[in-house]
Design a protein around this ligand. Structure first.
Ligand code: PRP
Ligand code: URA
Length: 219
């Protein structure tokens, strides 16, 4: 176990709503089947999104209520873009799409090499004006931090200036690595777990998140 105190990383926010804790416990349970797992990832992402999107920019617009005309705020939807890291991030994208329908999505494809645990890039499709958008990067698992750190590099290469990262379960090793490289990026965490095991899996964690969302495991 590494020496770790989340207070040393002011850009990291550990969320602690009881509903979030409840749903993450259900998510971890190995008896939770694919359909329920997918639904929980979506619900958890909505709960986390509610906190992480607190500083969304709004603009004033005139509408008619049944009673009178009024000027009211709406979110500047075209200013933001959600970017899930494939595959597991797609489960979170479903939640954010529900929270803010009509939003723009980019996609980054990374997988961890099973031996080295290093991320391997295989896909990147971002909106053409991504450099003008505030990006919310989505991946349920922050283990070594390699995938998230690489995804941030890819976004920066495309000119993105403002990034927020939302994950569901994080290992201290991943938080440390991510925050040391990106002290300017707000990081929202649903649960901070104990440590990584020798296969770089999060303990107690939930196993392989992509496999559990897409039913590609027979374990
Ligand atoms: C998982 C997860 C992250 C990565 C985290 O993806 O969704 O992207 O591992 O690990 P890291 O912090 O050590 O980089 P995986 O490589 O299993 O790909 P998948 O989503 O396609 O299953
Ligand atoms: N990726 C996962 O899906 N789970 C882990 O525990 C670590 C990385």
């Amino acid at each position: 176990m590494i020496k770790f105190d989340i207070k040393d990383y002011p850009n990291a926010t550990l969320l602690d709503h009881p509903l979030l804790k409840h749903k993450i416990t259900l998510l971890r349970d190995k008896n939770t089947k694919t359909n329920e797992f997918k639904l929980l990832v979506k619900e958890i992402s909505i709960l986390e999104g509610y906190e992480a999107l607190r500083n969304l920019e709004t603009y004033e617009t005139e509408i008619d209520t049944p009673v009178e005309k009024t000027i009211q705020p709406l979110v500047k939807r075209n200013k933001l873009c959600f970017v899930p890291i494939l595959r597991a991030g797609l489960g979170m994208a479903d939640g954010l799409a529900e929270l803010l329908p009509g939003s723009t999505f980019g996609h980054i494809g990374l997988y961890r090499d099973e031996v080295t645990h290093e991320p391997v890039e295989y896909y990147c499709k971002l909106p053409s004006d991504i450099e003008n958008k505030d990006v919310y990067l989505l991946d349920p698992m922050l283990a070594t931090g390699g995938s998230a750190i690489d995804a941030v590099k890819m976004l920066r290469k495309h000119g993105v200036k403002k990034i927020t990262f939302i994950c569901i379960i994080a290992a201290p090793e991943g938080v440390k690595a991510f925050c040391e490289k990106n002290p300017d990026i707000p990081l929202y965490i649903g649960s901070l777990d104990r440590e990584l095991n020798k296969n770089a899996y999060i303990c107690p964690g939930l196993g392989d998140c992509g496999d559990r969302i897409f039913g590609t495991t027979n374990k």
